[in-house]
Design a protein around this ligand. Structure first.
Ligand code: SAM
Length: 228
């Protein structure tokens, strides 16, 4: 499958069954055990990023591009903490949901701003670019272009999270592929951390902080890259 096909599948998924599934996981209503585990893991990733950015104590002076923002799990608290946030997602439904959540939690306003855009079409320049749990939708050979594009938008910092490709997780994924459940509507791509770091370094970054979130069903490696 090439990236165009992958992208179409991903967009359609997050506008339909994927939207229902992930809106629930990224919410606070009742969910099944697996979804609850993923919700808790994902929240830890969000909390890591918020913790880092708040510790820097300059949120009110920076612009943040949240690429592939989902329902706004990071964008909303970041805007609330004072950053100027530009949020976008390939899925219209996710963006609609994010807008509604932002209006409920922050009141009607212009921060964050939301747009329906795939990340390759994003332009502009932001202090910090953040892209959480989106690389899972990118095959290995497309990761370099994707990261290079995000790098071109980031002035000072790029924060990425991805499912790391280790032997154990590759096996887990194989088993998952072997017994596909109804929710496994998109392919999931794992990435070797060494590959991601190499790509970041080739784009002029060095790793400043990192974290790993690991629950039973959710695993995500988080890297903060800053200018060399
Ligand atoms: N970053 C959000 C978070 O951590 O809460 C959402 C993560 S969710 C697993 C992945 C999101 O990436 C979905 O909302 C999906 O629509 C979006 N996405 C996937 N491929 C994308 C692309 N090429 N451009 C922009 N968004 C994309």
């Amino acid at each position: 499958m090439n990236v165009v096909d992958d992208k179409t599948v991903v967009r359609e998924y997050f506008n339909a069954t994927g939207f229902d599934r992930w809106r629930r996981i990224y919410g606070d209503g009742e969910v099944n055990k697996v979804q609850l585990d993923i919700r808790i893991g994902h929240q830890q990733t969000i909390d890591h990023v918020l913790g880092w950015l708040k510790a820097d104590d300059n949120l009110s002076q920076i612009t943040v591009c949240d690429a592939g923002c989902g329902v706004g799990s990071l964008s909303i608290p970041l805007a609330e903490a004072g950053a100027k946030v530009f949020s976008s997602d390939i899925s219209e439904k996710m963006v609609e949901e994010a807008k509604e959540r932002a209006a409920t939690e922050l009141g009607q306003g212009t921060n964050p701003t939301f747009s329906v855009q795939d990340l390759e079409s994003l332009s502009g320049s932001y202090h910090t670019v953040i892209c959480l749990d989106v690389l899972i939708h990118y095959p290995q050979d497309k990761a370099a272009d994707m990261i290079a594009h995000l790098s071109s938008l980031a002035e000072s910092r790029l924060i990425l999270s991805f499912a790391p490709k280790t032997l154990a997780y590759s096996l887990l994924k194989k088993i998952g592929d072997f017994f596909p459940g109804p929710s496994k509507a998109t392919r999931a791509y794992l990435h070797r951390e060494a590959d991601v770091v190499k790509i970041l370094e080739a784009n002029g970054w060095k790793i400043e902080r990192n974290a790993m979130t690991k629950t039973r069903f959710y695993f995500s490696r988080l890297l903060e890259a800053v200018k060399k």
